[in-house]
Design a protein around this ligand. Structure first.
Ligand code: ADP
Length: 770
């Protein structure tokens, strides 16, 4: 070793010393002490800590500088370091400061521990920070444990990462070590899992915050409690976690359920016991979900049966039609729907349905209140009928009013014309030097005019009787063939005079043609129709006939006349209606004939109608019931040609009771030439006397209004003397009472004045041959 080397070495020692001194001075609190605890070296930090200089510290007993408590614990450690030669760390606190001391033994060359290097670190800040963090953690734990329910943190798989005591002990029921392997979804009631799982995914994948009420199984179930679950996502180290809470809301839920049950009970009672018919219907399948007692009572099916039925079993409309109705109603938006509902007994009722759509458990239901309006509908129909009838009656009355006015104008004309004829020709008859031919012509004209007036009066009387309800049906044995023949014979001369053909066709044999009917009315119907046919036909002809159709006889009177416009064909049967009612019209008439005929046809049990074409002609068709008389053919139904040759009245004696000389004279003249013996009584008493004294009397023609004894009394007494002697009452007007009285007195028939010869002879013949 040379000097230079030594000086290098020395310099090196010095440098190294200085460097170490610098490190020693700038490092943490450090000092070196020997086995006697005497400080050998101390750095500035150490001296500063003790508020001394470095020199003041050196050679001082290290433990004298410390408090007695600290000194004892540190002495223990330094002794240990001397003894073991190991580095010892020691942490202690003094005056709020935390010190970490590292005791490093320093060995001599002989490996003997001669001193200790003690460095002290002030770790107060660290310790305080640690404590703070610890406090915070404990606070957090206390907080999440204080939550009145579960707290959990789940990983992306749904396994527990964090939990609180509640979650672990009350919900899961496992130990802390088992928790990390537990799926939180296992704690959810299976019914609620799909919904909860969906929300959980939404939280983890999309960061949504979700909340849900679910049944949470306790210790794996089956016991559960209702919990309000809430969760949100947190990201830690790029990994998503779900943190959430579970709050037990069972009590609240139970209260809700109880309230719901009570409410449901209330509404059920209301529904079941309400008197209105109510149904709940599945909107989609139209099945009846529920029905109340009123519905069961109304429809006639039990509530259970109704619950198994569908509206298809009740509504008479098809699904499609019902839907259309509902849609139509939805558009109008108010009021009830109108349907027809079937019931168990097969009856169908008109109902009004008030309908409200409700959603229950995601299902569209229709709540329907059904109101039976059948009676109201019927009443409405009845009311409508009545209103219509009243309107029709009013219109008819107005029409009649109009027609009556027209009729009055017409009637005045109809009376004046024949009156003019009668008065005019009777005036002419007074002229002297008239030839026999002229006289006959004038008289004929007067007769025609008289007949026309008589027809008019007869029509007026007939219609007023019909209107007064006084016309009665008098059924007698009636030979339809004979009637037809009589009509044809009667009208033949008129038809010939107009150059018209007249044909009559019988539809049955004479014996079959004898029926029970009102002969007089049938006669008048045919007369009216044939008269019209003659009146409204100028060329061609008239065909009269009848056929039998089962239980009815159908008569037809066809002509080739002027015809009737279509719009008039129904109305001509109305009273006073004439197609042409102008004053200049070409045809006479009152406008009553057809309405009388119609009334008579209907009284006999038939109908009447017309088929007509303007300019071509008309056919009147009417029916009456075919009531055949189960008897041998009547003697009166003789072939037409025989009738003219045999006079059935020949050799009979007739008593005429008549106070009016003219009328008596007229009657006698009417019978003249029939080879009849006539006896004449001028009052009732005389008539009774003559019947007593003349047993040859075959028939009595009794006037009613007579002096001394009236016709009723005379008839009564005659019937007492000779009950079978036929009595015909003759009156000017036969009112209902007159007829009843006459009938009561025993009269067999009535004849109205002025007396028609044919009618009289017909009646007499009928009575003498019955
Ligand atoms: P009248 O003949 O007295 O006028 P009716 O009641 O008998 O009254 O007839 C009413 C109307 O019906 C007649 O005025 C006439 O216009 C029409 N009518 C009736 N019968 C015929 C017929 N055969 N041909 C054409 N029109 C007729």
């Amino acid at each position: 070793m040379n000097c230079d080397n030594n000086s290098d070495l020395n310099r090196s020692f010095e440098e190294r010393y200085n460097t170490l001194q610098a490190v020693f001075d700038t490092s943490d609190i450090s000092f070196v002490m020997d086995r006697d605890d005497i400080i050998l070296e101390a750095n500035q930090a150490f001296a500063t800590m003790l508020s001394k200089t470095v020199q003041e510290c050196i050679n001082t007993n290290a433990f004298d500088l410390l408090s007695s408590g600290l000194a004892a614990s540190r002495k223990e450690k330094t002794d240990e370091a001397f003894r073991t030669g190991k580095i010892i760390t020691l942490e202690d606190e003094s005056e709020g400061r935390f010190m970490l001391s590292t005791i490093t033994p320093i060995a001599s060359r002989k490996n003997k521990i001669t001193a200790l290097h003690i460095s002290v670190q002030d770790i107060t800040e660290l310790r305080l920070a640690e404590k703070e963090s610890q406090n915070q953690q404990m606070f957090s734990y206390a907080l999440i444990d204080a939550i009145p329910g579960g707290f959990y943190m789940l990983d992306a798989e749904g396994c527990y990462v964090q939990w609180n005591t509640y979650e672990r002990d009350v919900v899961v029921g496992k130990t802390d070590s088992e928790m990390p392997n537990t799926f939180a979804m296992d704690t959810i009631h299976t019914d609620d899992r799909p919904m909860v799982e969906k929300k959980m995914m939404n939280i983890l994948n999309n960061g949504a915050e979700e909340s849900e009420v679910s049944r949470v199984l306790l210790h794996g179930g089956p016991a559960f409690r209702w919990h309000q679950l809430s969760g949100k996502r947190i990201i830690i180290n790029n990994q998503p976690f779900l943190i959430g809470t579970a709050i037990d809301i069972t009590d609240r839920k139970q209260a809700d359920i109880d309230a719901l049950q009570q409410s449901e009970e209330r509404f059920r009672k209301l529904f079941e016991e309400h008197s209105a018919v109510q149904l709940i219907i599945d909107q989609e399948t139209v099945k009846i979900i529920d029905a109340n007692d009123a519905a069961a009572k109304f429809y006639g099916w039990s509530v259970e049966e109704l619950r198994r039925m569908s509206m298809r079993d009740i509504n008479t409309l098809s699904d499609e039609q019902a839907q259309q109705e509902i849609e139509k109603h939805n558009l109008s938006g108010h009021g009830p729907l109108s349907f027809k509902h079937r019931r168990a007994d097969g009856s169908v009722r008109d109902v009004e349905v008030l309908r409200k759509l409700i959603k229950i458990n995601g299902k569209d239901l229709a709540y329907a209140i059904i109101n039976d309006v059948t009676e109201r509908k019927l009443a409405e129909i009845e009311q409508k009928k009545m209103t219509d009838a009243l309107i029709a009656a009013k219109e008819k009355a107005e029409e009649h009013d109009r027609l009556k006015s027209a009729f009055l104008a017409n009637i005045s004309h109809e009376i004046r014309t024949p009156m003019n004829g009668i008065l005019g020709f009777s005036e002419l008859l007074k002229e002297p030097h008239l030839s026999g031919e002229e006289q006959a012509e004038y008289i004929d004209m007067m007769q025609q005019s008289g007949q026309r007036m008589l027809n008019l009066i007869n029509d007026l009387i007939d219609i007023s009787r019909i209107e007064a309800g006084e016309t009665m049906v008098q059924v007698t044995e009636t030979s339809v063939n004979k009637l037809l023949h009589d009509i044809c014979s009667f009208f033949k001369p008129q038809a010939d005079a107009k150059g018209l053909r007249l044909s009559c066709t019988a539809g049955l044999s004479d014996s079959e043609s004898i029926i029970v009917s009102d002969q007089a009315k049938l006669h008048q119907i045919l007369t009216n129709l044939v008269q019209n046919a003659l009146k409204f036909t100028r060329t061609g002809g008239i065909a009269i006939g009848y056929t039998r159709n089962g239980t009815m006889l159908t008569f037809s009177i066809g002509d080739t006349g002027i015809g009737i416009p279509l719009d008039m064909q129904k109305r001509i049967f109305d009273r006073f209606l004439q197609v042409d009612n102008t004053l200049t019209r070409a045809h006479e008439g009152s406008g009553l004939g057809l309405s009388i005929s119609k009334a008579y046809v209907e009284m006999l049990g038939g109908t009447i109608r017309v088929e007509s074409e303007e300019g071509k002609g008309s056919t009147f068709i009417f029916t009456i019931p075919y009531n055949p008389l189960n008897a041998t053919p009547s003697a009166s139904a003789l072939p037409p040609d025989e009738q003219t040759t045999i006079n059935p009245l020949s050799g009979t004696t007739i008593l005429i009771a008549e106070d009016d000389e003219v009328s008596g004279f007229l009657l006698k003249k009417t019978m003249k030439g029939e080879n009849i013996t006539i006896l004449h009584a001028f009052n009732g008493l005389e008539a009774v006397g003559l019947v007593t004294t003349h047993p040859e009397i075959d028939l009595v023609l009794m006037d009613i209004r007579m002096p001394v004894m009236n016709g009723y009394e005379a008839a009564r007494q005659i019937k007492q003397i000779r009950p079978k002697l036929p009595v015909i009452a003759q009156t000017a007007f036969t009112s209902k009472e007159d007829r009843a009285k006459a009938q009561e007195a025993g009269c067999d028939r009535f004849i109205t004045k002025p007396i028609n010869k044919n009618e009289l002879l017909g009646l007499v013949t009928e009575l003498l041959h019955r």
